[in-house]
Unconditional design. Structure first.
Length: 155
């Protein structure tokens, strides 16, 4: 993407490249990590509740106690300090559920790279319709021949 921006918008220079790169990093790091974390925590919350209902346990009320609010909604998160003092069987149960939630989050998040793929394919088709991809070249404007002017020189 940065290559295309630098070739298609050369007048933007380093500022345009930095803005494009920065927006990409924000999207991938800040927003992407927040979405992944929210999906994982929400999934752990729901799956532990379902496990408790199925097996008559109290894992959810014991270890999923931290009420959190994110940009994407409210949820209860796993309290890591309480879980570290749990018996090994409960730790294994929660770890298994948490690992499944991580895989489930990746299934949801795969939509974003697919959107990027479709966007790049559309860019390829757009440039083909215009006769192919061509870099924009900056050329030096020729100055019109100027007539010499008299300078007022004060003596």
């Amino acid at each position: 993407m940065l290559g295309m921006v630098s070739e298609r918008f050369p007048k933007g220079g380093a500022l345009t490249l930095n803005i494009t790169g920065g927006l990409g990093m924000i999207a991938a790091g800040v927003i992407g990590a927040g979405i992944l974390g929210f999906i994982q925590d929400k999934s752990v919350d729901q799956k532990v509740s379902a496990y408790d209902a199925q097996n008559n346990t109290a894992i959810h009320s014991t270890y999923i106690t931290e009420q959190k609010t994110s940009l994407f909604g409210n949820y209860k998160a796993l309290d890591q300090t309480k879980l570290s003092s749990a018996d090994p069987q409960q730790q294994l149960t929660v770890t298994t559920i948490r690992d499944a939630a991580k895989k489930e989050a990746l299934r949801y998040i795969v939509a974003f790279p697919l959107i990027m793929l479709v966007s790049f394919i559309l860019l390829i088709l757009y440039f083909r319709s215009k006769g192919g991809y061509k870099a924009v070249l900056l050329t030096k404007e020729t100055e019109p021949a100027s007539t010499p002017t008299k300078r007022n020189i004060c003596h």
